[in-house]
Design a protein around this ligand. Structure first.
Ligand code: ZN
Length: 191
C-alpha cells in the first residue's frame, strides 16, 4: 500500500518517515466538568487523518493511531495498575462498516485494560461536527449504559471539542456506579 501522507510505498498506512516527522505527540490534559481529558495531538496537526473516519480506508489510519500512540500510553499506565479496568468507546456503532473509536480502543488493549463494546450508546445520533455550542447544548446525545456497575473505565474518543459529549457520558456512568478514571482522545480541538 501507499503511505496516506506522502504516498510512497509503505507496509503501514503511515510510513516510518512520516511517523517520525509528523507525529510527535504533545500530550496535554484538560478538565471538562470533573473529568480529566488527555489528548495526544492538537487537532490542526492531524485533521486530515481524523477526517479519514468518513472513508472506508480510515479504519487503517485509526488502527495506526491506536497501535502507535494510544497503546504505548495505556501500556505505561497499566504498569501501575494492580487490577483490571476497562475502556468504553464513545459512539462504537458501525454505521460506516466500522467504528473509528472502537478501533482506537481495540488495538490499544492490554492485559489489564480491556474494551467493553456496545454498552454505552447514544440514543440521539446527531452529528456535532461543525455545529455550535448552542446546537450541541440543545441536542444532547442521551447516552444509555447497559454494562456492569462498579467497574473503573477510561473513556475513548477521537476528538474533544467542547467536552460536552464526554461530560454527558461521564454523568450517565456516574449514575450507573461506574468510575471514570479519565478520558483519552487523539486530538484536542481547543488547543
Ligand atoms: Zn509517508
Amino acid at each position: 500500500m501507499r503511505c496516506f501522507s506522502c504516498h510512497s510505498l509503505s507496509l503501514s498506512p503511515i510510513c516510518r518517515k512520516c511517523h517520525e516527522k509528523l507525529f510527535r505527540p504533545s500530550i496535554s490534559m484538560r478538565r471538562v466538568g470533573t473529568l480529566d481529558v488527555i489528548s495526544f495531538f492538537e487537532y490542526a496537526d492531524i485533521e486530515l487523518f481524523l477526517l479519514s473516519k468518513y472513508e472506508l480506508f480510515g479504519h487503517r489510519i485509526f488502527r495506526y493511531f491506536s497501535r502507535r500512540h494510544m497503546a504505548p500510553f495505556l501500556e505505561a499506565f497499566a504498569e501501575g495498575l494492580d487490577r483490571k479496568i476497562h475502556m468504553l468507546c464513545i459512539d462504537d456503532n458501525c454505521d460506516r462498516g466500522y467504528s473509528h473509536t472502537a478501533i482506537l480502543g481495540h488495538y490499544a488493549q492490554n492485559e489489564k485494560i480491556e474494551v467493553l463494546h456496545s454498552v454505552l450508546r447514544a440514543t440521539n445520533r446527531v452529528s456535532y461536527a461543525g455545529k455550535s455550542l448552542e446546537y450541541r447544548l440543545g441536542n444532547p446525545r442521551k447516552f444509555e449504559y447497559s454494562g456492569p456497575r462498579d467497574i473503573e473505565v477510561i473513556l475513548i474518543d477521537d476528538i474533544v471539542t467542547t467536552g460536552l459529549t464526554l461530560q454527558e457520558a461521564h454523568n450517565i456512568l456516574l449514575e450507573k456506579g461506574v468510575d471514570v478514571l479519565f478520558a483519552l482522545t487523539l486530538a484536542d480541538a481547543s488547543r
